[in-house]
Design a protein around this ligand. Structure first.
Ligand code: NAD
Length: 252
């Protein structure tokens, strides 16, 4: 339990990858703080499962709300900027409000949470900032202009803070999943069918899994395992990296 005594905020942790990451960090003893949307009863169950985890239903597209959350949360030793969303559309039809929302959630929220967590990490001389990026932080797919732009931006942001914060005992890295079977992936199937004129089966096999040499979806717990490793002292020199967990997608 090498994370006993550490406080970990995982954004977007009521579902999918964030929830698996919160579970993995808790299993190593971290005090976990949850964030995200969902059914109140389900979230209460998660809080109980994670030994009384604190929960913030903060909308991370709202800067003032992020500031209030971070002030109330207090010391954060491990910050996992994970909350994210997707929208699939040809660029000329891409809804402007969706572009702004994706930039705010997938990129700017990581900046805001980071700037507010860093003073406490510097004061302690230890910190871990781990950003859930994506294979789409390294390569693009059509019809995901906002997502690809935000995730490439997140990679650049991570490298920058890795350089700025290294001498304070703080590391910053991206973990970049390929396709993980979560609501985020499931929900993009209808729009992908429309944008590409394909059936559901064709989207799954010829658009999603075709990218991954393993021909398998990544499991959320596999991302949690990498995040947990990055929190170890043995990972103190893993800094500014963008660690792929994509079945070989970006090796091509
Ligand atoms: P998910 O839809 O299962 O979970 C998203 C989480 O973010 C939920 O907890 C949701 O409540 C929360 N959220 C959504 N909007 C929010 C907002 N405005 N404010 C606060 N929280 C909000 O998705 P997931 O697949 O687990 O995705 C998590 C991260 O992993 C995202 O950044 C996503 O881009 C990234 N990712 C996912 C995949 C994949 O294949 N699923 C691949 C690469 C990267």
């Amino acid at each position: 339990m090498f994370l006993t005594g550490k406080r970990a905020l995982v954004t977007g942790s009521t579902s999918g990858i964030g929830l698996a990451t919160a579970r993995a960090l808790r299993a190593e003893g971290a005090e976990v703080i949850l964030n995200g949307f969902g059914d109140a009863g389900e979230i209460a169950k998660l809080q109980e499962e994670l030994d009384g985890a604190e929960y913030f239903g903060t909308d991370l597209t709202d800067v003032a709300a992020i500031e209030a959350m971070m002030a109330e949360a207090g010391q954060i030793d491990i910050l996992v900027n994970n909350a994210g969303m997707q929208h699939v559309s040809p660029v000329e039809d891409f809804p402007v409000d969706k572009w702004d929302l994706i930039m705010a959630l997938n990129l700017s929220a990581a900046f805001h949470c980071t700037r507010l967590a860093v003073p406490g990490m510097k004061a302690k001389g230890w910190g871990r900032i781990i950003n859930t990026a994506s294979a789409h932080s390294k390569v693009a797919s059509p019809f995901k202009s906002a997502y690809n732009a935000a995730k490439h931006g997140l990679d650049g942001f991570t490298k920058t803070i890795a350089l700025e914060l290294a001498e304070f005992g703080i590391t910053a890295n991206c973990v970049s999943p390929g396709y993980v079977w979560t609501p985020l992936v499931e929900n993009q199937i209808p729009d992908t069918m429309k944008a590409r004129g394909l059936s559901r089966e064709e989207v799954i096999n010829d658009v999603l899994l075709v990218k991954q040499a393993t021909k398998k979806f990544v499991q959320p717990a596999e991302i949690g395992a990498v995040v947990t490793f990055l929190c170890r002292d043995e990972a103190q020199n893993v800094n500014g990296a963008n660690w792929s967990v994509d079945g070989g997608w970006t090796a091509e």
